[in-house]
Structure formats: C-alpha cells, structure tokens
Design a protein around this ligand. Sequence first.
Ligand code: ATP
Ligand code: MG
Length: 262
Amino acid sequence: MSALLKVENVTMRFGGLVAINDVSLSIDKGAVLAVIGPNGAGKSTLFNVVTGVYLPTSGRVTFDGAEITGRPSYDVVDRGIARTFQSSRLFSDLSVLDNVIIGMHTRTKTGVLRALFRPRSSRREMAACVERAERLLKLGSGDLFEQRYRPAGTLAQADRRRLEIARALASQPKLLLLDEPSVGMDDVETDALVADIERLRADNPELSVVLIEHDMRVVEAFPHHVTCIDYGSKIAEGDFAAVRRSARPGGLSREGGRPCLS
Ligand SMILES: Nc1ncnc2c1ncn2[C@@H]1O[C@H](COP(=O)(O)OP(=O)(O)OP(=O)(O)O)[C@@H](O)[C@H]1O
Ligand SMILES: [Mg+2]
C-alpha cells in the first residue's frame, strides 16, 4: 500500500538551531502513528512543516500522491490534512457551534458577497453547516452539544480539547494531526479521549491519525506505529514494545505521564 503521508529527510533549522534533523516517516491510510519525545524534541515543528506553517530547510513532504512541501496551510487543509494545536487556538468569544462551523470554510462556497446578500443557496448551505456541526459536537464524549451556544472561552479545558478535534474534523480530513490532545485531561477524560479516537476510526476506517503524546496511556492504546524523536532526530521507531525496548536507560516512564529518554 502506498503511504498517505510521507515525510522524507526533512530538516528544519531556525538559525543555528536544528529543530528537526533529517527525519523521515510515513503513515498509511487508516493507520495511527504516535510521535513521542521529550520537550523541545521537534514534534510540533514536524506538524508545522507538514501543514505548511514552515518551509523546511531541506526534505520533502508528500500527501496523497502529491508533493506539498511548503504549500500554504489553506491548500494543505483543502487537500485533506487537519490539525489541532498544542495550545488552544479557539475563538474564545465565539460560540462552540461557530468554532466548528469556521472549520468548514474550505468546504463551503459562500464568500463575502454571498454572506452579505444571503441568496437562498447560501442560506441552504448555512443550514447544512449548522446541522453537520451539531452532528460533530454529538460525536465525542462530554456534552459539547448541550454547550453549543456558550462562548468557547468558557469551556473546561477537556472540552476545549474536544472542541478543537471537532473543529478539525469539520474540514473532512483524510489525515488528522493531534498535538498533545490529552493535555490538561485527568485519567477519566484521557480514557474517554482514547475511546473517542477509536470510535472515530471505526466510523471512518480510512481516516489516518498522527498523534503527538506525552501520556503513555494514550500511546499504548494505539501501539502499532510509534516514532520517537529526541533533539530533532528520530531515535526509535516500531511498535510500542520495540520503542520502549530501544529507549535509553530509564525507558519510557508512565510516571508523570512523560517519556523518560535519558
Ligand atoms: N519558530 C521558531 N523559531 C525558533 N526556534 C523554534 C521555533 N519553533 C520551534 N523552535 C525550537 O525548536 C525546538 C523544537 O520545538 P518544538 O516546539 O517542535 O518541540 P516539541 O517536541 O513540540 O516540544 P514540546 O513537547 O515541549 O511541545 C525547540 O528548541 C524550540 O525552541
Ligand atoms: Mg510541541
């Protein structure tokens, strides 16, 4: 099977700092890849390169058969890659529902003029967007749907993370990139997050997910493809057991939920 996403020999330098050093990885359709590594290892930078936030210093990114290296983010979303961010990027003053609807903008036709004059076709499109956004809010654990008219900024932390995922799904992605989705969640919420991702994959067997995680409980739940990055370089790859074995003394610790690699 040819890979859906291929990152080939990517290096990203910021001045003298090498944030990613010659990293290659790939993910097939329908697979889950967990990317782990200590703080500052280069994990989020990798997402930023894939999603066109940064043009890598060297290397190639290919998605769904086309090269996307350095393509602008709106084009990357349009091609089917959606992401969440490590720190919340929600519009806090807008409602939960509006935050999801905003995630649909690459799939809708209504522009500024149509929004102003509101022809029947735009009103129909808007009604369909609301219906689809409500469906997405009902998908996950928690009660986001009941909270849909609240400003997103008033949500509890776990609900904010869930809303970010719902917004990413609104663009109907083929590949979902989640940057530390369990941050700020307790054990019960983390288990619910794992169940949400499993349900999502069961409903969309072709959806691929790359997840950056510090919490080994989440990584263990999707144990087949794990890539470990340290100081910008890939230091281990394989299933969870193999990566744990090849980790340096100390192994992958569950204590404190952080991978311990030194
Ligand atoms: N825009 C930037 N300009 C300069 N340095 C950057 C930039 N973005 C990231 N870095 C640096 O690149 C390195 C990798 O950062 P990155 O955010 O990718 O790490 P991370 O693995 O996601 O860490 P964490 O687990 O803390 O989120 C760090 O040393 C960081 O300071
Ligand atoms: Mg990060």
